[in-house]
Design a protein around this ligand. Structure first.
Ligand code: GFB
Length: 324
């Protein structure tokens, strides 16, 4: 079952693939309080899109556990602009990491998916059973197809070889270590940066993409990392498992919340030439709740800590302007 027996991380060698990303770095922070040995490889040391070096590195380092947090990720515009990267790089990394993990007999692998793998018009809140029941949201179908393939690889290895490979589907994430690229980031990082810059420049208004009506659920990345460790210890099933916060709001309300946390008091202008993406994406997290895990960080507290992280320059693609 799902959640029947517990898996002990004590003394285990845990490879966090993608440890520089927002999720990977949060998993590394969370694993620091477990009694396990962390294994990481910087990009210049190991290119996970390359099969042979990935296999050799994993053979040489012999992880017991793999957290597969390596992925090419980005917001709605990046997904639309770089379909080859989002499809092919992600497929390559998944194939290399999952195959090599099987080859060395990894005891448990946790694969990270995304809520965008579910159909554009999935029933809300979205249960895991909605997978592959309808067409995908076109702005992110390349990424979604790659993530669905990774999930299916885990199921295939479990079915054919009995490998304990599990998949977890986070809702929209934000928090420490995010990517603040002005065009390619997700909405939380984009708005934190844009509102901060507008505040510094005393700009009377700020652009928010789309109509403001899409609904999104936001989960703090440190809560998500905690869920990953919880699932590593307590979950073994071929069914993917959703991880959400239940904190759902419209993009307009979210933008207002970010503006308040940043302290920006100007006007928000919605640029409807920009895509809205999927109309609603609220995960049904009842299965992980039944196992005993829940998110604990409120959206306000999470946004305040994300802003702090941004101001300290910990994210990527940062050129933070500061009040002198
Ligand atoms: O975060 P985001 O790019 O992710 O956009 P998705 C969420 C919503 O925020 C969309 C609106 O309706 C955007 O139109 N938005 C408003 C903005 N202003 C901005 C802005 O400045 N930047 C961005 N990025 N959005 C992604 C997928 O979809 O979700 C990925 O493309 C991934 O594949 C991720 O799965 C979790 O929720 O629309």
């Amino acid at each position: 079952m799902a959640g029947g027996s517990t898996f002990d991380l004590t003394g285990k060698r845990v490879f966090v693939a993608g440890h520089r990303g927002m999720v990977g770095s949060a998993v590394v922070r969370r694993l620091a309080s477990e009694n396990c040995t962390l294994l990481v490889a910087d990009r210049h040391e190991l290119d996970l899109t390359k099969e042979e070096p990935t296999l050799k590195w994993i053979q040489a380092n012999r992880p017991d556990i793999v957290v597969h947090a390596a992925a090419k990720v980005g917001g709605i515009a990046a997904n639309n602009t770089f379909p080859v990267d989002f499809l092919c790089d992600n497929l390559a990394v998944e194939l290399n990491v999952i195959r090599a993990s099987h080859a060395v007999g990894v005891q448990r692998l946790l694969f990270l998916g995304s809520s965008c793998i579910y159909p554009k018009h999935a029933k809300q809140p979205i249960a895991e059973s909605e997978l592959l029941t309808g067409p995908l949201e076109p702005t992110n179908e390349w990424y979604a197809i790659a993530k669905i393939a990774g999930l299916k690889m885990c199921q295939a290895y479990r079915r054919q070889y009995g490998d304990d490979f599990i998949s977890v589907m986070p809702t929209n994430l934000y928090g420490r270590g995010d990517n603040y690229h002005p065009d390619h980031s997700h909405v939380p990082a984009a708005l934190i940066r844009r509102f901060h810059e507008a505040k510094m420049a005393n700009a009377p208004s700020v652009i928010v993409w789309g109509t403001g009506t899409p609904l999104r659920e936001f989960l703090n990345v440190d809560d998500f990392a905690d869920a990953c460790v919880f699932l590593l210890k307590n979950y073994s099933s071929d069914l993917p498992i959703n991880v959400g916060s239940g904190d759902e709001l419209s993009i307009a309300d979210f933008a207002a919340a970010v503006a308040e946390v940043v302290g920006y008091e100007g006007r928000l202008i919605f640029d409807t030439s920009k895509p809205d993406g999927t109309p609603r994406k609220l995960l049904d997290s009842s299965r992980i709740h039944a196992l005993g895990w829940r998110a604990t960080t409120s959206l306000r507290a999470g946004l305040a800590s994300a802003l702090e992280d941004f101001l300290q320059g910990h994210g990527r693609h940062l050129e933070v302007s500061r009040a002198s």
